[in-house]
Design a protein around this ligand. Structure first.
Ligand code: PHE
Length: 339
């Protein structure tokens, strides 16, 4: 019994196993305890001798137990220190960092280009008065041109309130607040009540541009947009103006760049025309200038509005606008080169 108990004791390395051992030998139902209890059944002459031996054994095991207890405590501590040790020579684990949304990246790139051309970047409300979104922009109530912007209306008892269908209301807000010269670009989210498909989203982003001063002409518009297009899409870009209509500009134009995807016939981007339309623009309508208290005989200006998602799609060959807002990291993580 002595040898077995001691052998087992020395093999023990945890407090839990130690407690078990104690119960097995010295506990109330332990082997030795039972042995001591059985003394009474021995013949009287043997009791003192066996009793003494048994008591000695109990004291010995108790002492051995206590010593092992101290050792086990140290073993456990050493194991914990080893487990918690930091190996400073291990290579670090790289934290996963996010990337800016491709639309955010494009907004920064475009506004940077215009900032270098002397334009200030400003932002405005996405929930807008109908008077700013339409009336002040020379689109009167009941005018059919209003239908061009499939507007989402906000319920209101008083003034008409909409989710802005374009960033053009910021032309008014900016001009109302300052005197010429004005040079601003306005990035922002817009909303339209529209069926979603590969080229239409019910929310998207525009960047508005506005320059008003004495003697501003269409040549300034063309020169600025050409410089912009060349910085964004390559210095070899050629540009084209064609007539277009927007109630708040006169004349109005659509601005196109020569197609950089064409390889002879059958281009899927420009449909073989050789030109890609990238924005609407024009000379600010005299009535719009009057609406904000500017004298149209003294001041002229131009404005443009472009779709940001469309620019990203052209630049990277994204085939479907819906990818931008599905939150799919397989798509978004490809735009990891923050310019
Ligand atoms: N606001 C127009 C649109 O959303 C674009 C535009 C802006 C056209 C400025 C001319 C001048 O279609």
């Amino acid at each position: 019994l002595r040898q077995r108990a001691k052998r087992e004791l020395l093999a023990i390395t945890t407090q839990a196993a130690l407690a078990e051992w104690y119960a097995r030998y010295l506990g109330r139902r332990g082997e030795l305890t039972q042995l001591l209890r059985a003394l009474g059944t021995l013949p009287p002459e043997q009791r003192p001798i066996i009793g003494r031996l048994a008591n000695e054994l109990r004291d010995e095991l108790q002492a051995a137990y206590e010593e092992r207890e101290r050792e086990v405590r140290e073993i456990e501590l050493a194991a914990r220190i080893a487990a918690e040790a930091i190996d400073v020579t291990l290579p670090g684990r790289r934290p996963r960092i996010g990337t800016l949304h491709p639309v955010t990246q494009m907004i920064r790139e475009v506004t940077d280009i215009f900032a270098h051309l002397g334009f200030q970047v400003v932002e405005g409300p996405e929930v807008e008065y109908g008077s700013y979104a339409f009336d002040a922009l020379n689109i009167p109530p009941e005018h059919p041109a209003r239908d061009v912007w499939d507007t989402i209306f906000i319920e209101s008892d008083q003034k008409e309130i909409v989710l802005r269908p374009h960033t053009s209301p910021m032309q008014i807000r900016v001009m109302e607040r300052r005197k010429p010269p004005v040079r601003v670009v306005v990035p922002g989210r817009c909303y339209r009540y529209e069926a979603v498909d590969a080229t239409h989203e019910w929310h998207f982003h525009q960047i508005e541009g506005l320059a008003v001063d004495e003697q501003i002409t269409m040549a300034d518009l063309k020169g600025t947009l050409a410089e912009f297009a060349r910085q964004l899409f390559g210095k070899e870009r050629r540009v084209r103006f064609r007539c277009d209509f927007f109630p708040f500009v006169e004349p109005g134009v659509d601005f196109a760049i020569d197609c950089m995807f064409c390889r002879g016939e059958g281009c899927r981007v420009c449909g073989q025309s050789g030109w890609i339309e990238i924005l609407g623009a024009g000379m600010v309508h005299p009535q719009v200038l009057r609406n904000v208290g500017y004298d149209p005989d003294r001041y002229t200006g131009w404005a443009f509005g472009m779709g940001v998602e469309r620019l990203v799609m052209l630049r990277y060959g994204v085939p479907d606008i819906r990818y931008f807002y599905q939150g799919d990291l397989r798509f978004l993580a490809q735009f990891d080169r923050i310019p």
